[in-house]
Design a protein around this ligand. Structure first.
Ligand SMILES: Cc1ncc(COP(=O)(O)O)c(C=O)c1O
Length: 376
């Protein structure tokens, strides 16, 4: 067999695969059970009516054939209705909504449909560690827009590349910085798109998980946003459906049509019962979302009793600048506490760690005891 094509060689090390392996290796060693605050996997699944809807749809003999390539119109309509009601954004369900098998897939597909070989895709720094995979597959260069800590982690577009920029990823509420979009950040992104011709991709994976009475804020509610970009909306965190692989890319019709074109060639829709369950989640009772928000906010407050200075406006993470003597490696090996090392989130992540609130209260308490011991 010939060697692997260059596109595979270009892929960076998969941060989460490596992290999970490292944690599993340590969990297997003798000692007290390891506590893992490194993962971003919702600890509670979707409400029962969503599971029931999947089961009922799977009972229908017609459910087992190929699904429509571009998904159920009723699912696209349900997302459009949500955007209108919750985020104040009008979407045409047929031309401005693409259904994707999880937004992680969309990260790579968006890079493929937006970037030419050699053009630049700009990532926020710090960034979600799966972003660099898209530019790698597309043979694009990677550039960065620093997030300014003193400005609430706003993107500093003055320092972003301006030449041949195909796309910019932004993500609020931010993973890992755990802040909501600072005032003016979306307007600056739209202006940057107009000045450079770049498309804006806003990652809204944690859009609904916002605290202290904040309302979710979609990028598409910004005037002019739909002309220059799209938003990724995921079912994983809002509804605890990470394993179901269901998400959406909404907004700019040209970008949506490019994704649909690619999907016609590389995938065959999404299992129809999963789509019916998605409709049930989006259109049914929403109390589970409010409960999730309340739970994460309560856990955030609990963590702040141990680490008082951590800001956290949304998502289910805390972004922690480690004290001088402490590293994620030491927490793992000396305290049997796994956190996500900040280095994997870009150059500005060095010396930081991401803590997850998506664990049970009991696990969080043990984790906090170990943290308190580690920072003594
Ligand atoms: C910022 C961010 N974007 C996208 C994703 C991918 O979500 P999914 O593929 O489950 O929709 C995640 C998952 O952790 C994330 O944290």
């Amino acid at each position: 067999m010939r060697g692997r094509p260059h596109r595979l060689g270009r892929l960076p090390q998969q941060y989460f695969t490596a992290l999970l392996a490292r944690v599993a290796e340590h969990a297997a060693l003798d000692g007290e059970p390891l506590v893992d605050l490194g993962r971003g996997n919702p600890e509670v699944g979707p409400p029962q009516h969503v599971v029931d809807s999947l089961a009922a749809a799977a009972d229908d003999p017609s459910a087992h054939g190929y699904p429509p390539f571009r998904g159920l119109p009723a699912l696209r309509e349900a997302v459009a209705a949500r955007y209108a009601e919750l985020y104040g954004v009008e979407l045409d369900p047929h031309s401005e909504v693409a259904i994707v098998p999880g937004t992680k897939t969309a990260i790579c597909e968006l890079a493929l449909v937006l970037a030419e070989r050699g053009s630049t895709i700009v990532l926020p720094d710090p960034y979600y560690p799966d972003y660099p995979s898209g530019p790698a597959l597309a043979a694009a260069r990677t550039g960065y827009v620093p997030l300014d800590r003193r400005a609430g982690w706003a993107p500093d577009f003055v320092q972003a590349p301006r030449e041949d920029v195909a796309a910019v990823f932004l993500n609020y509420p931010s993973n890992p910085c755990a802040v909501c979009a600072p005032t003016g950040a979306f307007a600056l992104a739209v202006a940057y798109a107009h000045n450079t011709g770049a498309a804006i991709i806003h990652d809204f994976a944690y859009g609904d998980l916002v605290f202290d009475g904040r309302a979710p804020r979609s990028f598409l509610a910004e005037p002019g946003a739909k002309e220059v970009g799209v938003e990724m909306f995921s079912m994983s965190k809002t509804y605890g459906m990470a394993g179901w692989r269901l998400g959406f890319v909404v907004g700019n019709a040209e970008i949506v049509s490019r994704l649909d074109l690619l999907a016609d060639h590389v995938r065959v829709g999404i299992f129809t019962p999963v789509q019916h369950a998605g409709i049930a989640a989006l259109t049914g009772p929403q109390d589970s979302v409010a409960e999730r928000v309340a739970t994460y906010q309560r856990r955030r407050d609990r963590v702040r009793e141990v680490l008082p200075d951590l800001e956290c406006e949304g998502s289910f993470y805390l972004w922690w600048e480690l004290p001088d003597s402490l590293t994620a490696e030491r927490l793992l090996t000396e305290h049997r506490l796994a956190v996500a090392p900040g280095e994997g989130f870009g150059s500005r992540g060095a010396g930081w760690a991401r803590l997850s609130l998506a664990v049970s209260d009991e696990i969080l308490e043990i984790g906090l005891e170990r943290l308190a011991r580690a920072i003594l």
